[in-house]
Design a protein around this ligand. Structure first.
Ligand code: 5AD
Ligand code: SF4
Length: 478
């Protein structure tokens, strides 16, 4: 998975956020579940599907782990560290069972898929193990586990998109929501475990996506982020009606349809693949002001040789040409990347290439990792993880420093400029200030005014008056 980012912290692998009940959910439930999610935005979106399935079974979400009848951890396998964190959490949860013997603990998502029943058998850490395509079987599995049986379903599907399930928004600001448009990935980047944990790529029915976005807009949401591991390969073929040839829907077409819901609804998307993002998508972004001018375009490496080993199927020149194209068609468009330091056989020269492509592209920010070998991946089978740890870390540090310079330069370029900002809520530190993002995905904090029209979910013009590498302050202009 390219990282499915754009969350408020700009931290791609979000660390175990507990979800509370949705504010709009007034029903009362007799039992409760607690869910903690790790990893990419797709996992967070999946937890909302799980919540919907559990609500129907009479389980309400709780933030209080002590009162939960069911505890779920929606897990991430992308790097070893993510798995270690989850394991630690599960060990802590197991202790709660001493006080509440009926408590059931389940592991969901990528780690469940990767380790399958290992959790149940060898470690006895959990009662329920459910892979990302098997959430519909959760009610049956909960019953089985309550009856003392092993409850596992890690079957991957070629069709499952949960299209008909209306996700229950958890821990939402009521303004921005994730909408999953496809699942799985066919790309087989050699470092990546996602094709094994999330299975084959499949696209969700465009009409169900539109219906979900329309409902969100009607509920007051003003921003949707269309999620997929590789959104540019979205391709949905509807059933044929009246014997007519069905007209396939591409990502550019889907973007346009969602953009037409209302000019007041902002659209973001993640993640794009440099080999697949098309001019059509860029032109569609150009035509609609409400499609945010921000693209997350994972680079992974700036060395063509390493890109080849990674099976990314583009060269350094191809990547740079994409950046040029974006900048020509969408001047000022926000750009971010994922970068991996120290992939197998990476030399100092390869590393320098990465720094050079970063300079060339001028990323506004990046998500930077050092390579972590994942069992079962092509790289694990084919190549040696031969870059010493200390070198990986040093290279990563240089990449981070380069990015810090680029981020500062990018922010400084915006000083004095005025942006349309969607108010997302109070700033973290001061309730007399709002926070919100501009189209280019930069978070800006600014003092509230006395105007009662200005509230969460409305748009204001904000002039940037102060910035550092990480923060942006502004003031409302009229
Ligand atoms: N090691 C380090 N980083 C990885 N990523 C994916 N797999 C690995 C790995 N084995 C990074 C990639 C991807 C992001 C979500 O995580 O940069 O785009
Ligand atoms: Fe992203 Fe590549 Fe992994 Fe697919 S295989 S999820 S494109 S990094």
């Amino acid at each position: 998975m390219e990282s499915l980012l754009i969350d408020k912290t700009h931290d791609e692998t979000r660390q175990g956020e507990a979800f509370g009940p949705s504010l709009t959910d007034a029903r009362t439930y007799t039992k409760s579940f607690y869910i903690e999610s790790y990893g990419c935005q797709m996992n967070f979106a999946d937890s909302e599907v799980v919540a919907s399935i559990l609500n129907k079974e009479g389980f309400g979400a709780t933030r209080n782990i002590e009162e939960a009848d069911l505890i779920f951890v929606n897990t991430c396998s992308i790097r070893e560290k993510a798995e270690q964190t989850v394991r630690k959490r599960l060990t802590e949860f197991k202790k709660l069972k001493k006080r509440n013997r009926k408590l059931l603990i389940g592991v969901l998502g990528c780690m469940a898929e990767r380790l399958k029943s290992k959790f149940l058998e060898e470690e006895k850490l959990v009662d329920i193990v459910v892979g990302p395509d098997a959430y519909r079987s959760l009610p049956a599995l909960v019953n089985e586990a309550a009856g003392g049986q092993k409850a596992v379903n890690v079957l991957l599907s070629r069709e499952e998109t949960y299209a008909d399930i209306a996700p229950v928004r958890l821990d939402s600001n009521g303004i921005s929501a994730y909408v999953s448009i496809m699942r799985g990935c066919n790309n087989m980047c050699s470092f990546c475990v996602v094709p094994f944990t999330r299975g084959r790529e499949r696209s969700r029915d465009d009409q169900s996506i539109l219906d979900e976005c329309i409902s969100l807009f009607e509920e007051g949401y003003r921003e949707v982020t269309l999620l997929g591991q590789n959104v540019d390969s979205y391709y949905f073929v509807p059933n044929s009606t009246n014997g007519q040839e069905p007209k396939p829907v591409t990502f550019a077409m889907l973007l346009e349809k969602v953009a037409q819901i209302s000019p007041l609804l902002r659209i973001r998307f993640s993640t794009s693949h440099p080999k697949d993002i098309t001019d059509e998508v860029l032109y569609t972004m150009q035509r609609y002001e409400n499609i945010c001018k921000y693209i997350h375009l994972p680079l992974q490496s700036g060395s063509t040789r390493i890109l080849q080993l990674m099976n990314r199927t583009y060269t350094k020149e191809w990547y740079m040409a994409k950046v040029d194209r974006i900048k020509t068609l969408l001047p000022g468009c926000g750009l971010s990347a994922d970068i991996i330091a120290g992939f197998c056989t990476e030399t100092e020269e390869d590393h320098q290439d990465t720094l050079k492509v970063m300079d060339y592209s001028g990323f506004d920010y990046s998500y930077m990792f050092f390579y972590s070998e994942r069992p079962g991946t092509l790289a694990a089978r084919r190549y040696q993880d031969d870059v010493p740890d200390a070198i990986k870390r040093r290279r990563l540090q240089e990449i981070v420093e380069k990015q810090n310079q680029l981020s500062l330069a990018s922010n400084q370029r915006d000083l004095g400029k005025t942006f349309t900002v969607l108010i997302e809520g109070d700033s973290k530190k001061n309730e007399r200030e709002w926070k919100g993002r501009n189209s280019e995905n930069k978070m800006i904090v600014f003092p509230k005014s006395n105007d009662p029209q200005q509230k969460k979910g409305t748009y204001v013009q904000v002039k940037v008056i102060e910035c550092s590498q990480a923060t942006f302050r502004g003031e409302i202009v009229h």
